[in-house]
Design a protein around this ligand. Structure first.
Ligand SMILES: Cc1cc2nc3c(=O)[nH]c(=O)nc-3n(C[C@H](O)[C@H](O)[C@H](O)COP(=O)(O)OP(=O)(O)OC[C@H]3O[C@@H](n4cnc5c(N)ncnc54)[C@H](O)[C@@H]3O)c2cc1C
Length: 689
């Protein structure tokens, strides 16, 4: 299934790109049409097509002009087919090849030259005319340039997509080597490799902040900074977009379609930016999807694709904006006329919609009103796609819209399939003091959770069942819950608050029905390392547990695990008591828990009970392996280097916590990549995007 999906995604990509490369075609018919249109055809009240398609003046002049370009018979008949298509499709005429041939035959003896026509160029043309060579050359150059510009827009869009293809191919190759030959990868630890990773791969772009958003104006304008590797990829993309958006315009005079060189340039910019904007739409939808096969192929997280989703969207909106501004300027004197056309109106809708989407995606709205942001974003995306559809449906470039809809439809269909496949789940849900809850979900068991996986949970309640929230899932420590999905959650302001209220009303525990969309997420191969250090903060413990429970249950090889958990309250420890008992019983894992709340000391009794309980369950050995430190925070910047330097063999550091903890750990590990007794790798999970 996954292979088929991957092939479909790649075909979609390459089909878009190849269409772009093939797009450039010489339209002789438009060159000739432009030349004959220079004359007064005396159309009166008839429409553009009525006046031309069956005209004994226009049609023979057009055919003669085509013949004078010395086209092969095949090419000539292709051009005539274009005339027929345009007449019938846009002019609602009933023209056939036979009719055109007949008109030509009847009038072929009537041709006059420009000299015979005379110097009064505004006089009506009453006989078919032969175009002078100079005009034909000028028309050839003008129209060729125009269509070349259109094709170049699409080709440049394709080149930009091929940049992404290149990036993904490298990522897929690295992922493949990691999976197929992990030892090769784990041995890559020379000083040059370490330096390279310290400079380009592991750190945050500006050294520290990655999970912590950087912002200004009281964080109204804020964003999470990508890692340096992500930034380099984005930088390459932006550079290409900038360069390819700016080069090769080459306006010239005389030009049959755009006599003013300035307007000509603006028109080329308008078309280039419009087309390049369209080419960026499919990757935006692909990167935003939950079921993005590239996630699976590259091993990159949704979070990473989200970074690219945002940057590609910014570029697309910028191009669309430029396109709209340029066209508005070009048509400044005919704006009310242009609004009569459907393509124009929907183009305006599409541009406004995508600009609003960009505005409503700012960090502060996403973080404060996530559900509103999401629903509004999806509704606007629907509008945008409809707008784009009607904007370009009669012009071409629909391959980009078909790809977009296919990608989106695929994601939605797979989501639905996953919900059905998982069945209606029954969750035993319990709330603990200090806003922590735990769900033990019985579901169809047609698939299994893996380390690092998360699922989207829909709570089946009359209002809000459509909301789906991501939660990390892990294996249960208790045999009676074998195969069930375990979730630990903290109460926030939205759906989780409603769950908490329901649970409190029900006395702390309740069975609720849920739908599950999953599993998603990349599984980091930490099980292959000799030492794995987990640094978890708050509810990030679920991520650490998902790996440790798996490693201890499956005993991959002789490993040493260190589990460092920083949390505020004793109640969190109570919530995960079963899991920590399980860890404490193993002889592989050192557990160090920091209860940071100032009142942690005052709850000494329960805490020491708990601690004792946990210790009692293990061997004597487990006592020394398990510690709870109250009322203080760990000094991660000192502890991590110590753990790394004392580790045996290769070391993985897996971090999941609040932004400050993640960023501190990232920087510390980056600084210490070379201080272990083997390769050191950093892995991070973040509970936000
Ligand atoms: C991959 C991943 C794994 C996660 N695992 C866990 C976990 O194991 N335990 C846990 O307690 N939390 C986890 N979270 C966070 C959890 O999804 C949010 O806390 C939860 O959705 C909040 O719901 P709410 O309606 O109460 O939030 P609100 O109070 O409305 O929002 C709080 C914050 O949660 C985030 N959020 C809200 N809804 C969504 C959504 N549908 N999708 C993504 N983010 C959302 C927003 O960033 C928002 O700022 C995880 C998040 C991600 C991305």
């Amino acid at each position: 299934m996954k292979t088929i999906n991957a092939i479909v995604a790649l075909i979609l990509y390459f089909s878009c790109f190849s269409k772009g490369v093939l797009a450039y075609k010489k339209y002789y018919v438009y060159m000739c049409q432009a030349l004959v249109n220079e004359f007064n055809l005396d159309c009166g009240n008839s429409t553009f097509y009525e006046c031309r398609c069956k005209s004994s003046v226009f049609m023979p002049s057009l055919i003669r002009c085509l013949e004078d370009y010395n086209l092969s018979e095949k090419a000539l008949s292709r051009e005539i087919d274009t005339i027929i298509f345009n007449c019938n499709e846009y002019g609602y005429m009933n023209v056939t090849t036979e009719i055109i041939e007949e008109i030509y035959e009847e009038n072929k003896d009537q041709f006059i030259t420009v000299e015979e026509f005379g110097t009064n160029l505004t006089a009506p043309l009453t006989k078919p005319i032969i175009m002078p060579e100079y005009n034909m050359t000028m028309a050839y150059k003008s129209i060729n340039m125009f269509y070349w510009q259109l094709a170049t827009g699409e080709n440049y869009g394709g080149i930009i997509l091929s940049y992404w293809c290149g990036v993904f191919l490298i990522a897929i190759a690295i992922n493949f080597i990691k999976k197929a030959a992990p030892h090769v990868f784990l041995k890559m630890n020379s000083p040059v490799v370490i330096k390279f990773r310290q400079m380009f791969v592991t750190p945050a772009t500006f050294g520290f902040k990655h999970s912590i958003p950087i912002g200004c104006f009281k964080n109204i304008i804020a964003m999470a900074t990508p890692t340096r590797a992500q930034s380099l990829i984005v930088f390459g993309y932006l550079t290409m977009c900038l360069i390819l958006g700016m080069i090769k315009y080459e306006p010239f005079e005389p030009n049959i379609w755009f006599p003013d060189q300035h307007e000509q340039l603006i028109r080329y910019i308008a078309d280039r930016t419009g087309i390049m904007s369209t080419t960026q739409i499919p990757p935006i939808f692909l990167f935003a999807g939950r079921n993005n096969l590239l996630q699976w192929l590259t091993g990159w997280s949704f979070d990473t694709f989200n970074v690219y989703h945002r940057w590609v969207a910014r570029v697309m909106v910028f191009y669309a904006f430029m396109h709209s501004v340029c066209y508005t300027w070009l048509e400044r004197d005919w704006l009310s006329y242009e609004f009569q056309w459907r393509y124009w109106r929907w183009g305006v809708v599409a541009t406004i919609t995508c600009c609003i989407m960009l505005g409503q995606s700012i960090f502060i709205l996403r973080s404060k009103f996530y559900e509103f942001f999401l629903l509004f974003h999806i509704a606007l995306a629907v509008f945008f796609v409809i707008g784009m559809w009607y904007h370009i449906v009669e012009m071409g470039w629909m391959n980009w819209m078909y790809s977009t809809i296919a990608i989106w439809g695929f994601d939605r269909a797979v989501r639905l399939g996953r919900l059905i496949w998982s069945g209606v789940g029954t969750s035993q849900t319990k709330i603990y003091p200090n806003d922590i809850f735990k769900m033990t979900i019985d579901y169809s068991k047609r698939w299994k959770a893996y380390p690092g996986s998360y699922v989207y949970v829909h709570i089946l309640r009359p209002w809000g069942f459509w909301e789906s929230h991501p939660f990390t899932v892990y294996q249960s420590a208790l045999p009676e819950n074998e195969g069930k999905l375990m979730i630990g959650g903290t109460v926030k302001e939205g759906m989780t608050k409603k769950i908490a209220k329901d649970l409190t009303k029900a006395g702390g525990e309740k069975t609720i029905k849920v739908l599950i969309d999953g599993p998603y997420g990349a599984c980091h191969d930490v099980a292959r390392y000799d030492t794995v250090i987990f640094v978890c903060g708050g509810i990030g413990v679920t991520s650490g547990l998902s790996y440790t429970m798996d490693i201890i249950k499956n005993k991959y090889h002789d490993q040493h695990l260190i589990f460092l958990w920083v949390t505020r309250h004793q109640s969190s420890l109570d919530c995960f008591e079963d899991e920590f008992k399980f860890l404490a019983q193993s002889d592989k894992c050192d557990v160090e828990i920091y209860l940071t709340s100032p009142d942690a000391n005052s709850s000494d009794d329960s805490c020491s009970d708990n601690e004792k309980k946990l210790s009692d369950t293990g061997s004597d050995n487990s006592n020394s392996r398990y510690s709870v430190i109250k009322g203080q925070r760990p000094d991660v910047a000192t502890l991590l280097p110590t753990y790394i330097s004392q580790s045996k063999g290769t070391t993985a550091v897996m971090v999941c916590g609040p932004p400050t903890l993640n960023d501190l750990a990232r920087r510390t590990v980056t600084d210490n990549l070379g201080t272990g007794n083997g390769r050191v790798d950093y892995f991070e999970e973040a509970f936000s995007w």
